[in-house]
Design a binder for this molecule. Sequence first.
Ligand code: HEM
Length: 146
Amino acid sequence: HWTAEEKSAITSTWSKVNQEQDGADALTRLFIVYPWTQRYFSSFGNLSSASAISSNANVRGHGKKVLGAVGNAVQNMDNVKGTLAKLSREHAVDLHVDPENFKQRLAQMLVIVLAAKLGGAFTPQVQAAWEKFNNVLVAALSHGYH
Ligand code: HEM
């Protein structure tokens, strides 16, 4: 259900992503904009300010893992659900993460980080492809909850 234009918009943006830096930026925004999401990460240490968050080694390591999973989904755009099935069950069963946190939260932060990074290259068409991709990503991550 992807057009050739959507696929190339997603894969060409993704080739510019720095998984550690952009992952840390997206998580930093998540923790600042939606501070209650920090409660899942009590083992991460100091998350008391934007600079503490973005320089926290656990945040950087975790940002890289999260964007690694997104990258996996990008490489498997026609089977995102299957690709993320295990991760979805892990968030539901082991981590008990409220799935509302995927919807319009981490995925939204990722779009903002990409827009800030790409500037004019993040055209409305590229944004539309990412909004669609995020809906597929969120649906896949939410699947293990039912
Ligand atoms: C762990 C991906 C959203 C909470 C993980 C891991 C990945 C991942 C790859 C590591 C799993 C492992 O090491 O086996 C994602 C993706 C997300 C997402 C792709 C959405 C785009 C969220 C959100 C929250 C969350 C929104 C909470 C607000 C956690 C927690 C862990 C985790 C608490 C375990 C962290 C640790 O103690 O190391 N996630 N995640 N995730 N995720 Fe997510």
